[in-house]
Design a binder for this molecule. Structure first.
Ligand SMILES: [Zn+2]
Length: 702
């Protein structure tokens, strides 16, 4: 060790030990909100006690509160650090601080400082702080904070609301078990918060970071002592870091309070643009792959007219053309030249014009995130455009649609690359030139943020690209909408970053279709502005799936992807499993065989007609879930409220397949003024609801 280093080490250690004495003699620290008290005793036990007795409590140790990972810049060696016993804990005004001056790596002191703080902000406990490295030898790789090892719950009356996809709801912590979810992405966490509720109230944990950068949310149930363990991991890869505000807030009431708390912060920093009027009224989308990955042509450009016939039967107005370019679906991306085999450019433009005359909207597909490594594009632009992982390797995905096909290998692009953004920009221009009403950049809302270490991009090595995904669509949207205000930008899946730039979302993932834990209320209530389709990879929509979409205010969707789908849609031929033997991800043949195509189409047609006739609730109403609506019902009833001026439309669905269900509804300050059903003009408002049926009850303000 050089003399100067040695002196410095001694001084730093001296400084640390002096500061650590500040803890001695202080009995305890206390912070209060209107709904809870936070205490730290002299042993570092940190407790959050809510005023509501039957509400989740916290009992953890300040000495478990964080984990810092430092990375040696010359050797790439990594070291993890937890709070040491010499960590200074002090209260400065309304803030408790935990200060770590230096990190001991064996006998060496790493000259870096970490300050963590807890304060009261917006009536919640705000965990924040900053990290600074004063040496060029070590940099911060990541921070995990706050680590709460003891969220004490009563498992018999605990509900967990997790922001996976449009939302999940668990009423049994055993079935939740453990989760590790990357924000922002529909595959992980679509919003940076979750909540745990009990009989009287709940606990909100959320990260309020105006940069909306990548984070990993972790929650695990420990059945041995009825606790939940929580942590949030923040990638850093920098010499310094201002830790974003992370809120732990107790509240009285239901999960809506957690959602409102997050949304009130979101509103201070972000806006959600309003899409063109036609999107607000759109009933849904017919997704059609014209040519498959194996180059099997199913629909030519002239056949777009026949697709309009299919859409008419279903009462749908929007047709999205997938596999419309030379390579077919999931092949030769990002090359999307109009295909002469399908008719060529002019035929495509004419077909789109003809569809417009029939009142249809046409959306053109482009994948916003992946490139086929067999293309010249990859050969000549790959190194400038792809994500390079920490080990210097690309992120490889492969897609195989037919069993006798070689998979197509894709590398993931980084939207931090100006070259890639420019490529996507030109595809948007092309879609507008072809006369389309919008472009769908696939996967922007889906894929989890992957840290990119490419030196060729606009970001620091170690950052992920969500903010550039948004920047990319903003640039394209602004440019094209200046000339064509009705042009839209779509993507697959929503998260609360992409929501700021997307007009219309193609549904994907959890809660875009029914499941035991699907809870679309979570995202829909937080962001009622969202216009998203259900996800239904079948060429028909079952009555159950259609009703699920209606009750949660999702738009409808069905997909034509394979030759047997075309036979079904054009000739009404019901398929069997053999028809999809060569297909890797077939539609649900059992669902398709539930009823005739005519009966299936008629129900969707009539449901959409019903929604259109009551569009002030289904399309233009503000989604309010059941906030303020007191509903008592048999099992199997799902319901949602839609606010429209002085009225609330309550949509009720009996999802039971073979039994009627009874229910009662009360809304304080409102009276019942009407009841409607799809196939029934004489509705008794509160009579039992027939199996798999919908009813709309209209309430008016007193
Ligand atoms: Zn990058």
């Amino acid at each position: 060790m050089k003399i100067t280093q040695a002196i410095c080490t001694v001084l730093c250690l001296f400084f640390t030990s002096i500061e650590s004495h500040a803890y001695v003699g202080i009995k305890k620290f206390e912070l209060k909100t209107t709904s809870a008290t936070l205490n730290i005793d002299t042993d570092g036990n940190l407790k959050i006690t809510p005023n509501e007795k039957n509400s989740p409590q916290i009992s953890t140790s300040a000495y478990d509160l964080w984990q810092v990972t430092l990375k040696n810049t010359s050797t790439n060696m990594e070291q993890k650090f937890h709070p040491g016993k010499n960590m200074l804990i002090r209260q400065q005004g309304d803030e408790v601080q935990f200060i770590q001056n230096g990190f001991m790596n064996g006998e060496d002191l790493i000259k870096a400082k970490a300050v963590f703080s807890i304060s009261v902000k917006n009536d919640g406990f705000c965990f924040s702080g900053n990290l600074t490295s004063n040496t060029t030898n070590w940099t911060f790789k990541s921070l995990t904070y706050p680590i709460i090892n003891g969220i004490i719950i009563n498992p018999k009356n605990t509900d967990i609301y997790w922001p996976h996809g449009l939302g999940e709801h668990y009423n049994n912590p055993n079935s939740f078990n453990t989760r590790s979810s990357w924000y922002p992405s529909a595959m992980g966490a679509s919003m940076p918060w979750f909540t745990i509720t009990s009989t009287d109230g709940g606990l909100y944990i959320g990260c309020h970071d105006t940069t909306q950068s990548a984070k990993n949310f972790n929650l695990t149930y420990e059945p041995s002592n009825n606790t939940l363990r929580e942590s949030i991991m923040i990638p850093i890869y920098d010499d310094k870091c201002d830790i974003p505000d992370i809120f732990i807030k107790s509240y009285s009431g239901k999960w809506y309070e957690a959602s409102k708390f997050y949304r009130s912060w979101y509103n201070k920093h972000f806006t959600i643009p309003s899409p063109p009027e036609w999107v607000k009224d759109d009933p849904g989308m017919l997704l059609c792959i014209l040519k498959q990955q194996n180059l099997n042509v199913m629909w030519s450009y002239k056949d777009i007219d026949r697709l309009c016939d299919v859409a008419d039967k279903l009462n749908l107005n929007t047709i999205a053309l997938f596999g419309w370019a030379v390579g077919g679906h999931d092949h030769l991306y990002p090359n999307y030249q109009p295909d002469n085999l399908l008719g060529g450019t002019e035929v495509l433009k004419t077909a789109i014009e003809k569809a417009h005359k029939r009142g249809k909207k046409i959306i053109i597909y482009a994948n916003g995130k992946i490139m086929d490594v067999s293309t010249d594009y990859y050969r000549y632009n790959g190194i400038e455009t792809i994500i390079l992982k920490e080990n210097g390797q690309p992120d490889i995905q492969f897609y195989r649609k037919q069993k006798n096909n070689t998979p197509v290998i894709f590398a993931q692009a980084c939207t931090g690359s100006v070259v890639w953004r420019n490529t996507m920009y030109h595809l948007g221009q092309q879609a507008n030139y072809l006369g389309a009403d919008g472009i769908l950049y696939d996967q922007l809302g889906v894929l989890r943020p992957l840290l990119c270490f490419s030196p060729y991009h606009d970001h620091r090595p170690g950052e992920a690209d969500p903010k550039y995904r948004l920047e990319m669509v903003d640039e394209i949207s602004k440019e094209i909408k200046d000339r064509n205000p009705n042009f839209i930008i779509m993507t697959e899946a929503t998260n609360d970053v992409m929501l700021r730039g997307i007009d219309y979302t193609h549904g994907y993932g959890v809660a875009t279709a029914p499941s035991d834990v699907a809870f679309p209320e979570l995202y829909r209530y937080t962001f009622p502005e969202l216009i998203e389709t259900q996800r239904n990879p079948n060429p028909m929509i079952t009555r159950t799936d259609a009703n699920f979409a209606a009750v949660f205010g999702l738009r409808h969707e069905l997909e034509s992807r394979y030759p047997s789908d075309v036979k079904y849609l054009v000739n009404g031929i019901l398929p069997n499993h053999k028809d999809y033997e060569n297909v890797v991800s077939p539609p649900n043949v059992d669902k398709m065989n539930l009823v005739s195509i005519k009966k299936a189409e008629e129900y969707v047609h009539d449901l959409i007609k019903f929604e259109n006739e009551n569009s002030k609730f289904f399309r233009r109403g503000k989604y309010i879930a059941l906030d303020g609506i007191d509903i008592k019902a048999d099992a199997g009833i799902k319901a949602s409220g839609f606010l429209s001026d002085d009225k609330i439309g309550v949509v009720i669905w009996n999802k039971n397949m073979d039994s009627k269900s009874s229910f009662s509804v009360k809304i304080k300050g409102y009276k019942l003024v009407g009841a409607k059903e799809i196939e029934n003009s004489n509705v008794l408002a509160l009579s039992p609801l027939p199996p798999n049926s919908l009813r709309l009850l209209v309430y008016e303000k007193n």
